[in-house]
Ligand binder design. Structure first.
Ligand SMILES: Cc1ncc(COP(=O)(O)O)c(C=O)c1O
Length: 414
């Protein structure tokens, strides 16, 4: 079934998200905080419950619940590989993306020397910056920054030749900004990195619920995401290209497995959380069609993108008409996730969010969202950062109307 924007099965989607039934102050809750963490699909909750209710276990046992645990983890890795265009043996789980990024940076850093260079970006969430800054400080390396243009909210890719050189060991960049939604040209960056012999680490945490991801097309040697952003539980995911992963020496307990991908997974994993990953990915796939899970995921993202972009345009257009509102969005011809950052003159982002929650049960977040380099550059950090409206496929046009009219009334009352 090919979905058009208007045939998006919104009611069927909403029925699968129990949290959408929540009431607050006598009103149905509206979640516009997807970029901070999406709501969880029921299939994922059921799997988490079933894992624990049927008897959980640790690995490597010769008894049913242990074997089942191993099968559940293997299924989750296969599903994550299908989501990202990788192989299951390249997928490692961890507490969250940030923890995995620190572990990967420390492991890679063992082979880096003083004078080697790393490239990070001003647009990124600090989770794909500070692990690299930390290892650079430890190893006496130089860090170079890809600048963000504060006027266009895009990365300045003009002087890549001077940024990425044969001294560069790794380029760390986000696929999409979790603050302003700008989607970056990763293929261009990874082609430059490849020419220079540098690795590429892509933070796909914000992009994963919105875009079809093909690890190889992006040219990512390392790709990170987090299941709680795409309708699943709080589990971080790292995908590392096989040859690189095989050579990687993560810090680990000596008797722990030395083979991929387990060697990156320190201690006992969050088995119940991992049980919720494959159902979240199958939920995404259920919105598409095709003979394989990967094909279904591909076509599902076409439907999700069309649906979410229509709602996002509704917000952008309406907010742009309000004089007191400043929108922080790249130009129309720049691809963006349905993530809309803005400020209202005369009222702090925190006050806006509190008002929207108390008056309309609209849950929406404020702050710098750890995109603090960009917020600092824009000079808005000391002023409370942004208000960020982030869409998910369970949001409706009616919810957007309520949101826009709530902001309009707020602005009119100033
Ligand atoms: C773009 C981006 N990268 C990284 C992270 C950090 O992910 P985690 O919470 O899994 O550590 C986030 C979380 O908000 C994010 O939006």
């Amino acid at each position: 079934m090919t979905q058009t924007t208007h045939s998006f099965p919104i009611e069927a989607v909403r029925q699968q998200f129990p949290a959408l039934q929540r009431m607050y102050n006598g009103k149905r809750a509206i979640y516009l905080d997807g970029p901070g963490g999406s709501q969880v699909v029921k299939g994922s909750m059921d799997a988490i419950y079933a894992y624990m209710a049927n008897g959980g276990a640790n690995l490597h046992g010769s008894f049913p619940s242990s074997r089942e645990t191993e099968a559940i983890i293997a299924e989750a890795k296969e599903a994550a590989a299908q989501l990202l265009g990788a192989k299951a043996e390249e997928v490692a789980f961890g507490a969250n993306m940030t923890t995995l990024a620190f572990a990967v940076a420390r492991a890679l850093g063992r082979n880096w020397q003083p004078g080697d260079e790393l490239v990070v970006s001003e647009l990124d969430h600090r989770a794909n910056v500070d692990p690299w800054l930390t290892i650079a400080a430890d190893r006496g390396m130089t860090v170079r920054w890809i600048k963000v243009n504060p006027a266009t909210l895009t990365l300045d890719l003009d002087d890549l030749d001077s940024l990425i050189t044969d001294k560069t060991r790794l380029v760390a960049v986000g696929l999409a900004s979790n603050a302003v939604g700008t989607i970056n040209d990763i293929s261009l960056l990874s082609a430059k990195a490849r020419q220079a012999g540098a690795l590429v680490a892509v933070d796909a945490v914000h992009a994963a619920p919105h875009l079809f991801i093909d690890r190889d097309r992006l040219g990512a040697d390392i790709l990170f995401c987090s299941a709680y952003k795409f309708f699943g539980p709080h589990v971080g995911i790292a995908v590392i290209r096989k040859e690189l992963f095989a050579a990687l020496q993560p810090y680990k307990l000596q008797p722990a497995p030395a083979y991929i991908p387990d060697k990156l997974e320190t201690g006992t994993q969050n088995h119940e959380g991992i049980a919720g990953i494959a159902p979240a990915i199958r939920f995404i796939a259920s919105l598409g069609s095709g003979d394989t899970l990967r094909a279904q995921i591909h076509s599902a993202f076409a439907a999700i993108e069309a649906y979410e972009n229509r709602l996002a345009e509704q917000i952008r257009t309406e907010l742009a008409r309000m004089e007191a509102v400043t929108l922080y969005q790249a130009a129309d011809d720049v691809a963006k996730t349905p993530t809309i950052a803005f400020r209202i003159k005369g009222i702090s982002p925190q006050q806006v969010c509190e008002h929207m929650a108390e008056q309309y049960a609209i849950f929406i977040a404020d702050g710098d969202f750890y995109a603090s380099t960009l917020a600092d550059k824009l000079g808005i950090n000391e002023d409370g950062g942004w208000v960020r409206a982030g869409l998910a496929p369970y949001n409706t046009a009616e919810e957007i109307d309520l949101f826009v009219s709530g902001i309009r009334k707020l602005v009119q009352g100033l």
